[in-house]
Design a protein around this ligand. Structure first.
Ligand code: HEC
Ligand code: HEC
Length: 251
């Protein structure tokens, strides 16, 4: 009788201890492993095209030699949700490619035209890889001190002033598309800004592009506070149009 109870109690303790350590092990692996897995992927499969350590290129030669955007400050630039989604299903962001200066061909008597064949699809990761790589990228926080915290005021976006400013006063449209096929092709599309980028980064980059990328071709327009607010909010308010032929999902 007594022996049976002791044995049962002993068994319960063993079951409890094993159970607890499994829970701890699982919790440990979901929280710690993705970052180190992601770091391993970045170091083996991504570093050939992306700088995962600073500093940024400071000569035009090293700047033009880059094969992909710098990722060493990804944690203060991108939205993690977007990173996960994009890494698993990458879509072009720069209509003429990152190295647009290499990807263009001169057509007879006309402006430069994009050589679409020279643009290659980006490597796609599995969902699990995308999550760990995104988690690792979010730990890259170089330039944190260059980001103005809570930069945007409460005043709502002004769509009309924003577009006037972007298209006409500040000449941004020459290099950036505000909808697919409308705008310049040398910079990243801006209609996905809100989804892709952190608001404080957009504001801070706009204020001084060269402090992030000393050789950036994006001009510092010396924008005043009012223009910075209007333009940043305008870009963040844009949305990518729904693909026309996509069926409504039944969520
Ligand atoms: C062959 C070169 C190459 C390799 C290898 C490569 N990338 Fe890229 N990556 C690019 C280019 C070029 C772009 C810009 C794409 C565009 O603008 O459409 C890009 C864009 C990105 C972006 C979006 C950032 C932005 O601002 O556009 C992320 C995030 C990214 N790559 C992560 C990765 C990761 C993670 C790996 C490794 C698994 C990787 N890349 C491997 C060339 C590469
Ligand atoms: C001469 C061309 C040019 C002009 C004019 C220009 N940009 Fe850019 N812009 C660029 C390039 C090139 C980049 C760098 C991007 C890269 O490849 O990562 C950039 C980057 C950006 C980024 C960061 C985006 C991202 O996805 O990484 C924002 C936001 C931006 N520009 C907004 C603007 C606004 C607003 C204006 C007008 C005040 C403007 N740009 C004018 C070429 C230009």
């Amino acid at each position: 009788m007594t022996g049976g109870r002791t044995a049962r109690a002993g068994l319960a303790t063993v079951v409890f201890t094993v159970g607890l350590s499994m829970v701890l092990l699982l919790a440990g692996s979901t929280w710690a492993a993705p970052v180190s897995d992601g770091m391993a992927i970045l170091k083996s499969r991504c570093f050939t095209c992306h700088a995962i350590k600073g500093p940024a290129a400071t000569t035009l030669k090293s700047f033009s030699a880059r094969k992909g955007p710098d990722l060493f400050y990804a944690g203060v630039k991108y939205n993690e949700e977007w990173l996960i989604k994009w890494l698993a299903r990458p879509e072009p962001i720069r209509p003429a490619g990152f190295r647009y200066f290499k990807n263009t061909v001169v057509t007879d008597g006309a402006d430069d035209a994009v050589d679409w064949d020279a643009l290659k699809a980006h490597v796609a990761l599995t969902e699990a890889e995308a999550e760990s790589v995104a988690a690792a990228l979010m730990t890259f926080r170089t330039y944190e001190e260059k980001i103005k915290k809570n930069a945007l005021t409460e005043a709502p976006a002004d769509a009309f002033m924003g577009e006037m400013n972007f298209d006409k006063f500040s000449g941004c449209l020459a290099c950036h598309e505000i909808e697919p096929g409308y705008g310049g092709v040398t910079g990243p599309e801006v209609y996905t800004t809100g989804e892709r980028l952190q608001p404080d980064f957009v504001y801070s980059y706009l204020k001084d592009p060269q402090s992030f990328d000393p050789k950036s071709f994006m001009p510092n327009k010396e924008l005043g506070e009012n223009f910075l607010q209007v333009l940043t909010k305008y870009m963040l308010s844009l949305e990518a149009p729904e693909p026309e032929d996509e069926e409504e999902g039944d969520d």
